[in-house]
Design a binder for this molecule. Structure first.
Ligand code: IYR
Length: 224
C-alpha cells in the first residue's frame, strides 16, 4: 500500500456496475455507436450554442492525465475574424505542404481522403476547438513540470471526439503543419503548444465521407 495514502484525502470510489450480460450488451452497442463516428469535412454553418461546446470540453477534461496535471487548454473559437485568420494561415501552410513539402508516398496515401490545401470548413464550422498542450505549468511565477503530456492531451482529445459524436455533432481532427501560427493568432503563452485543430458543428445534409473499412480484430489485437 502506498505510504502517502494516509496523508492525503481519499474518498469512496463510486463504482458503475453492471451484470456480465449488461456489460456485454453495453459494450456491443457502444461499439456500434462509436463505429458510426466519421471525420467530416462538409460542415454546415448551423450554429452550436456555447453551453454545448463547454459541456463537450468538460467531458474531454475528465480524461486521465500524468500526475493529474490536466496539461491542456481548449481554445473555443467562434469569432469570424479569428476563424478567417486561422483559415488563411492554415491554407498558406497547406498550400506549401501539397506543393512539395509532402512526399509522393504521403500524397498517395491521402488521395482516397480527397483532401487538398483548401480549408473552407475553418470558416464555415461554427466552432474551432484548438487543443493546446501545456509542456509545463506556471504557478507563482515558477515552472512546474507536467508528465506524459502527449499521452494525456491525446487521451483528452479522444474523449472530446467521443463526446462530440455522442451529442450528434461532427468533427475533423485537422493537423495543419507547422501550426505554431495558432499560438500567435490566439495569443497563447509560451508554455502552450498547439496539438490539434478541431472544427466542430453539424454536417451539411449532403455531406459525404470516403468509403473506408476499419481493421478486423485479428489485425489490431494480439492475445497472449
Ligand atoms: N494536414 C494536411 C494533410 C493531411 C495529413 C494527414 I496524415 C491526413 O490524415 C489528412 C490530411 C491536411 O489537413 O490537408
Amino acid at each position: 500500500m502506498s505510504e502517502t495514502r494516509d496523508q492525503y484525502p481519499f474518498v469512496p470510489f463510486q463504482a458503475v456496475s453492471f451484470s456480465p450480460d449488461e456489460s456485454m450488451e453495453r459494450a456491443r452497442s457502444f461499439y456500434h455507436f462509436m463505429n458510426r463516428r466519421r471525420s467530416v469535412r462538409d460542415f454546415s454553418d448551423r450554429p452550436v450554442p456555447r453551453e454545448l461546446i463547454e459541456q463537450l470540453i468538460m467531458t474531454a477534461s475528465t480524461a486521465p492525465s500524468g500526475a493529474h496535471k490536466q496539461p491542456w487548454t481548449f481554445c473555443a473559437v467562434s469569432d469570424p475574424d479569428i476563424k478567417r485568420k486561422i483559415r488563411e494561415a492554415a491554407e498558406k501552410e497547406e498550400y506549401d505542404n501539397y506543393h512539395g513539402r509532402m512526399t509522393e508516398e504521403w500524397l498517395r496515401d491521402l488521395a482516397p481522403l480527397g483532401t487538398d490545401w483548401h480549408k473552407p470548413f475553418l470558416e464555415i464550422a461554427p466552432w474551432l476547438i484548438v487543443v493546446f498542450k501545456k509542456v509545463y505549468d506556471v504557478a507563482d511565477g515558477e515552472k512546474r513540470k507536467n508528465y506524459y503530456v502527449n499521452e494525456s492531451v491525446g487521451l483528452a482529445t479522444g474523449f472530446l471526439l467521443a463526446a462530440i459524436h455522442h451529442a450528434g455533432l461532427v468533427a475533423l481532427t485537422h493537423t495543419p503543419s507547422p501550426m505554431n501560427f495558432l499560438q500567435k493568432i490566439l495569443g497563447r503563452p509560451e508554455n502552450e503548444r498547439p496539438f490539434l485543430l478541431i472544427p466542430v458543428g453539424y454536417p451539411t445534409p449532403d455531406a459525404r465521407v470516403p468509403e473506408l473499412k476499419r481493421k478486423a480484430p485479428e489485425e489490431v489485437i494480439a492475445w497472449y
